[in-house]
Design a protein around this ligand. Structure first.
Ligand code: ANZ
Ligand code: ZN
Length: 813
């Protein structure tokens, strides 16, 4: 029977019956937690990208399993979220129904992949048995002051009618629907990820993650070392603080700027300026944060009519508001130094504000204004002549003495906004009582179930707010009437801890057993898309650290080693999409060629971390390769009991060399996810076997051993096919219970000859060199031998004579 889906089914059935991939919880010594980012069941089908991620990570896991690791390889679904809800709005099919239906289909498809997933540990985030614990974690964060509620300007997508996290706003537009994002004030729940900003940075170096991803996180956290400096509003006792990285320029401050949203604005604006200030603040609401940060956009702003007192000179400087100052960064106020900051310079020039130089360049440096480099202080009283580096510290020390400033580290990272005004998510487990205020739902009342019958068409209000039975409840404190929070949690909350739930997914007493997950985690290998570099991967790290500090686990980082798979593009080199009509449907190919041909093609046809364009020719070639392997093995299986020779001549040595070279390369390349080169070595091995098979007098033992190794090496990439070939060779089930082959160093040395090494004509020792080595290689081998130094004895080498095939004479003096 030639390889086909029938063979896939045969072995899938057998694997299922024999429960071969069950994880053994009692053998923790060589546990290996291998995890792919779980999938989002929005499209009903697995696409080529899923296959690339799951199929090839499974190949890696299979090799580790054969190397003796007790591999934990679970699967699950990130099942809450917008797409299911948007789909429901379009089709009228309830998100729960469509999601569960999609999950069933995807589970089937994943099973047909023939992966080692242990489905006993499945996790589905939209089921109450899971989100009960998501809510429980929310409550723990709340109890520990890591979840809080505040009124804040939030990103609002007018089309999805929802609040978006900063990360979901791309170039000022909604990540999902691409409409322009505006601002709106709402009372929202936040998680205090900023409390972990420094630790999130500090732990990055120890992680085996792609450098680029670490860099993205570093920039996202955005540590900035500077100072906070206090200014007083003239004629009042109001004060405000600015954050600056350039305290050395303090004497160059000619005005200050508050973010338009700053709470002081109302209090200090004078009557004659009020109208202009109000109009400006209205206009700013429509501008996205990204635009406000843009350096090329023209700067705008208005004067408040108020003045601030310079902390060192006592001079009065005007207070402006301008949208290039962001409310959420630093203190939301800046001291403007137009001579030494580009934005301030542009602003001051436009509005005719004073520009005062306080830094000059060193000799020969062009210091035309705006001069933004470090330099030497001038016009700065007793600090004149200081370097910027010295003055940054000295000026702050002086302010410290007056209680008007201190050194300060600021992070660009913001607290994580988790409230969503949507239906399809985990309800926030909080009750509001007129008498008792904000009351957490008692833990024994979890889960707060998401009701099924809800009108979820968006109209700006949370769908749950329109569900009377949900909203009205009794206060757990006083028993009086109370209302539930009607927002749901961002789906990134669900995916921030799923890897902790897998090992203990049936626990109904706690989210996970502490002792168990301390043994099971961290995840040893995590594989998924690079698009998660900033959000998911940062949130999950934060959750792990917060849960550690609250005493629920004992490790610092969730994912020790991380790999990002590349993207499989359409045959046209464009991103696959339905509208372009360039998508590849794995199901059709699998039906036609079998799942192993599909997987082998993905392994061989692309660099794993880069991806690339799909090719139908490529998959056809892989189909021919598998058939070629099958012919070889089938033929050999029928002859293997015939007597051959036991010779071990040059042909045998050559075959044995290629065999061990393949073992070494496939092992090393697979380890680091370089599957394409691993498969290339396998192909060379099959070619060598064909060549050897054509010879008259074969060493049948060597040939059988080589074929056996070839099947083992191929098994992670073509699991069904390998089982079939293993059986055809007459071996016992299962190929996956075999140890991974190891290579013989000696076989890797190609045919060698022995040569004598002489010093000044006297033979001292002998060395082995490859038969085809040239004079230079021979000379090098002779001199790098550890015995050479003793015979040279610190003398000079005058000459080295190589007599090919016989000796090397080293002349020393
Ligand atoms: C005075 C000054 C003088 C500044 C100078 C720069 C150059 P990073 O490195 O990104 O942290 N800043 C502070 N808070 C801000 C806010 N909320 N919105 C916009 N800008 C803000 O940048 C820190 C610098 O960005 C601070 O140092 C401040 O301007 C500005 F010659 O203060 B500087
Ligand atoms: Zn109450």
């Amino acid at each position: 029977m030639a390889y086909s889906t029938e063979i896939d089914r045969k072995w899938q059935k057998k694997w299922e019956e024999t429960q071969i991939y069950k994880f053994d919880k009692n053998n923790m010594e060589k546990k290996l937690y291998c995890l792919e980012m779980f999938s989002y069941p929005s499209g009903a089908k697995l696409h080529a990208g899923h296959w690339f991620n799951f199929g090839l990570t499974d190949s890696w896991a299979r090799m580790k399993r054969m190397q003796g690791y007790n591999v934990f390889h679970p699967q699950g679904f990130d099942a809450f979220g917008l797409p299911a809800e948007n789909y429901a709005i379009k089709t009228g099919i309830h998100p729960k129904d469509s999601t569960m239906q999609n999950i069933a289909t995807m589970e089937e498809q994943l099973k047909r992949m023939g992966a080692t997933f242990d489905w006993d540990y499945e996790v589905i985030t939209c089921l109450p048995e899971y989100y009960k614990w998501t809510q429980w974690i929310f409550l723990q964060l709340y109890k520990h002051g890591l979840a809080y509620r505040k009124n804040a300007p939030v990103n609002w997508c007018p089309s999805c009618k929802t609040v978006l996290a900063n990360e979901q706003v791309i170039d000022g537009c909604c990540e999902r629907c691409n409409s322009e994002v505006t601002k709106k004030n709402l009372t929202q729940w936040f998680f205090k990820i900023t409390q972990y900003a420094q630790e999130l940075l500090d732990c990055l170096p120890q992680l085996d993650w792609p450098e680029k991803t670490k860099k993205i996180q570093t920039n996202w956290i955005g540590r900035s070392e500077g100072a906070e400096i206090e200014f007083q509003v003239a004629g009042t006792d109001l004060t405000f603080r600015v954050f600056t990285t350039r305290a050395d320029t303090l004497y160059g401050v000619t005005y200050v700027v508050l973010a338009p949203e700053h709470e002081l604005v109302d209090k200090i604006t004078t009557d004659d300026c009020r109208q202009a200030v109000e109009d400006y603040r209205e206009a700013v609401k429509k501008v996205s944060e990204i635009d406000r940060m843009s350096t090329v956009r023209e700067k705008t702003g208005v004067f408040t009519g108020a003045y601030a007192i310079h902390p060192l000179t006592g001079e009065k400087v005007p207070i402006w508001i301008a949208d290039y100052v962001l409310a959420g960064y630093g203190t939301g106020c800046v001291m403007a130094v137009p001579a030494h900051d580009e934005r301030d310079y542009e602003f001051a020039t436009k509005y005719n504000l004073e520009i005062r130089r306080v830094i000059k360049g060193a000799e020969g440096v062009d210091d035309a204004l705006p001069f933004t480099e470090y330099g030497i202080l001038t016009g700065s009283r007793e600090f004149d002549g200081y370097t910027s580096e010295e003055a940054r510290i000295a000026i702050v020390r002086e302010l410290e003495g007056m209680n008007k400033g201190e050194l300060k580290v600021t992070y660009r990272l913001r607290d994580w906004l988790v409230s969503r005004q949507r239906y399809w998510g985990a309800p926030i487990p909080i009750i509001y009582c007129d008498k008792c205020g904000t009351v957490p739902v008692p833990e024994d009342q979890l889960p707060v179930e998401l009701p099924y019958n809800v009108v979820f068409t968006p109209d700006g209000e949370s769908p749950l707010a329109k569900c009377e039975e949900f909203v009205h409840t009794t206060c757990p404190c006083c028993g009086g009437p109370a209302k539930r929070d009607t927002d749901t949690l961002d789906t990134f909350v669900c995916s921030s801890w799923y890897y902790l739930r897998y090992p203990d997914n049936k626990n109904d007493k706690e989210p996970f057993n502490r002792e168990l997950i301390n043994r099971m985690l961290p995840v040893d290998k995590y594989v998924g898309g690079a698009e998660h570099a900033a959000m998911h991967l940062l949130y999950a790290r934060f959750f792990t650290k917060a849960l550690r500090d609250m005493g629920y686990l004992d490790f610092d980082e969730p994912f020790l080693s991380l790999v990002h798979q590349g993207t499989i593009l359409g045959a046209d080199g464009q991103k696959m999409s339905k509208s372009r009509g360039n998508t590849v449907s794995p199901d059709e190919y699998i039906e036609k060629y079998g799942s192993d041909v599909f997987r082998m093609y993905l392994a061989f046809g692309f660099s794993y971390v880069e991806g690339g364009p799909w090719s139908d020719e490529g998959i056809k070639a892989m189909d021919r390769f598998i058939a070629r392997v099958e012919r070889l093995i089938t033929k050999f299986a029928s002859e293997k009991d015939t007597k051959g020779s036991d010779q071990f001549g040059p042909n045998e040595k050559e075959l044995n060399y290629i065999r061990h070279y393949a073992i070494k390369s496939v092992t090393e390349d697979t380890e680091v996810f370089q599957f394409n080169t691993a498969i290339a070595r396998l192909m060379e091995l099959i070619n060598a076997l064909y060549k050897y098979d054509a010879l008259e007098n074969r060493n049948m033992t060597l040939m059988e051993e080589t074929i056996r190794d070839a099947i083992l090496l191929m098994s992670p990439f073509a699991p069904h096919f390998a089982e079939e070939m293993w059986e055809r060779m007459g071996y016992d089930y299962s190929v996956f219970n075999q140890p991974w082959p190891s290579y013989d160093e000696k076989a890797l040395v190609r045919d060698e000859i022995e040569m004598a090494v002489q010093f000044n004509g006297q033979v001292k020792y002998k060395i082995n060199v490859p038969r085809d080595a040239d004079n230079q290689q021979i000379e090098q081998a002779a001199l790098s031998d550890e015995r050479a130094a003793g015979y040279i004895g610190g003398r000079n080498i005058v000459k080295v004579i190589v007599v090919k095939g016989r000796l090397i004479n080293i002349v020393v003096q």
